[in-house]
Design a protein around this ligand. Structure first.
Ligand code: URA
Length: 289
């Protein structure tokens, strides 16, 4: 009887096949970008393998033997993964460089950490918790729309929103992209004619908090992200950062799991609010994504 040998059952062949890894994975593993961003970098013709520009997304390479470069610089596939929690001050760009010469988050880091990339984005005017990492897979997980990592924002808004309008934010409000997902909303207190509101979102549309408050007629005057998943900004001063422990990274990774849409949100998705003068307004709808 003739034995049928599969390609991958021959040890030498298997190791040959295993060494070839998709370029977007190699770039993500080297901390260049998340896999999605790596695809854009490849499609833009910025990646070369052994001197040849590669734009096809399925292309593979061997990180141990092939020379992979991005914008002419060779990548370091085996650099240790690191995640830092930065207190981004307001009026700082969440980018690696700024054509208008504004301060960027890179300017706040020592040279030894300038290879890290921002995970997600805070607006120029927004301050607060920003993660930076060279772990492209973790970045992908945390920012992917299917993984609803809760993000807690404290917003100082113009005037005093009524209970009904806060209820609209909690249940979902129509923005350009569609209805916002259920959110937890809590009035934290008044400051002169303005009001501090805490908003917990599990989505991350562009300028979502500002647009939600604008939609109810109470534009944001100041905005700060105070928590993300299991992490809190804590006592870090603006411009300061700290390196996450291995345990914190694991908890963060675990928090980035899709919410099951047939179950009500749990405390994992909506972390405990700060002590305030009013109880939170929980969303009446279940998350629907
Ligand atoms: N929502 C906003 O409007 N801005 C941010 O920076 C983050 C969330």
């Amino acid at each position: 009887m003739q034995a049928v040998l599969k390609f991958n059952s021959i040890p030498a062949m298997r190791s040959l096949a295993d060494m070839q890894i998709r370029l977007q994975r190699i770039l993500a593993a080297a901390g260049i970008a998340s896999r999605r961003d790596a695809e854009r970098i490849i499609a833009a013709g910025r990646v070369q393998v052994n001197g040849q520009t590669v734009t096809e997304l399925g292309s593979k390479a061997d990180p141990d033997t092939d020379i992979v470069t991005v914008d002419g610089k060779s990548i370091e596939p085996n650099r240790p993964r690191i995640v830092i929690l930065l207190h981004k001050p307001a009026l700082v760009m969440t980018t690696k460089s700024d054509p208008e010469g504004r301060t960027t988050v890179m300017d706040l880091l020592p040279d030894s950490l300038r290879h890290l990339n921002p995970v997600g984005r805070l607006d120029y005017e927004t301050g607060g918790l920003l993660l930076m990492s060279n772990d492209g897979d973790l970045a992908e997980r945390l920012t992917h729309p299917r993984h609803h990592v809760p993000k807690v924002y404290n917003a100082m808004v113009k005037g005093e929103p009524s209970l009904e309008s806060l209820r609209l934010l909690a249940d979902g409000i129509r923005l350009e992209e569609g209805m916002t997902a259920p959110a937890r909303v809590q009035r934290l207190g008044a400051m002169g004619d303005d009001t501090w509101i805490e908003l917990v979102l599990t989505q991350g549309w562009n300028q979502q908090v500002r647009r939600m408050f604008k939609a109810i007629g109470h534009p944001v005057r100041q905005l700060k992200r105070v928590a993300l998943g299991p992490l809190r900004l804590g006592k870090l001063a603006p411009g300061e950062f700290r390196v996450l422990t291995q345990r914190e990274v694991e908890q963060l990774r675990a928090s980035a799991r899709p919410i099951e849409t047939d179950k009500p949100a749990t405390s994992r998705q909506y972390p405990k609010p700060l002590a305030t003068d009013r109880p939170p307004i929980p969303p009446r709808r279940k998350p629907q994504h």
